[in-house]
Design a protein around this ligand. Sequence first.
Ligand SMILES: Nc1ncnc2c1ncn2[C@@H]1O[C@H](COP(=O)(O)OP(=O)(O)OP(=O)(O)O)[C@@H](O)[C@H]1O
Length: 299
Amino acid sequence: MTSSQSSMPLNRAAAHQAHGSVTSVTARQGDHASSQRAPLLKVQGLTKRFGGIAAVSEMALSVAPGSVVGLMGPNGAGKTTTVSLISGLLQCDTGTVEFEGAEIQRLPAHKIALLGIARTYQNIRLFSGMTTLQQVMSGYFARSGASMLGAFLGLPKSRAIGKQARANALELLERVGLAHRADVLAETLSYGEQRRVEIARALATNPRLLLLDEPTAGMNMQEATDIGRLVHELKDAGLAVLMIEHNVRLVMDFCEHVTVMNFGRLLANGTPQECMSHPQVKEAYFGKSDDANRFRTSS
Ligand SMILES: Nc1ncnc2c1ncn2[C@@H]1O[C@H](COP(=O)(O)OP(=O)(O)OP(=O)(O)O)[C@@H](O)[C@H]1O
């Protein structure tokens, strides 16, 4: 199966056809093996409106410590808005976001980052004019609160922290396979490489929860699989990951739990197999059950 076959394309019209059948939450909300541990992240009743648009409505999801959760849904389903509400980039209208048992939904983004939640963006957001290494070092400075400028200028007060940040960044670049690109301007890297720099920079903040917004967008299947493997390694190292991902193959291979949204709401929740075979999930993507057969992934 090719990567394009295994990725779920946007089918907004089909999603609209399915709208009537997705108003009730299906599957077993919050009831999965990994959530038998107390959740690291627990979202309940999360709602965000933009004027007349309910981007996220009464959304619920949870992420267990050290687990990888896939967040799926057709385009416009509310996935990025949900991640932005969790990371503090947006403020919710109502609902709660609990991280390690404490409510964080009213905290600003930088405080949420300091608590241990890092994210990447659907549209890559790297600083222009900075090398790959410096991009990743910036994550370390965000964590430590030290002056990045001072370290980059080699000011005596900032030398020690600059050294630590550099060693940490080099280790992370090694981990994402980009150590050999440390000294080039990040903007000259390929799209796939820039996505890996973003992940390394997020890791430099030393998170316990990593939010990835379409980390494999624009990648071929090999690059996407490499990202999947990296996510798996991070999980093995104890990190929890919530990953917006359209690539079904990747979700099947690397996520132990999937949450599916449609029209801002929770549509289904369960193992990848349960969600992929869920009639309302198929309908949300493809409208008709015949078309939905394409949705199945072979090996
Ligand atoms: N800042 C905003 N102002 C107004 N409407 C917005 C804003 N951000 C998102 N929306 C709307 O909210 C809805 C959900 O958008 P969101 O980007 O969260 O969906 P998504 O599931 O991430 O989609 P995609 O897969 O295309 O990235 C869409 O209708 C979108 O147009």
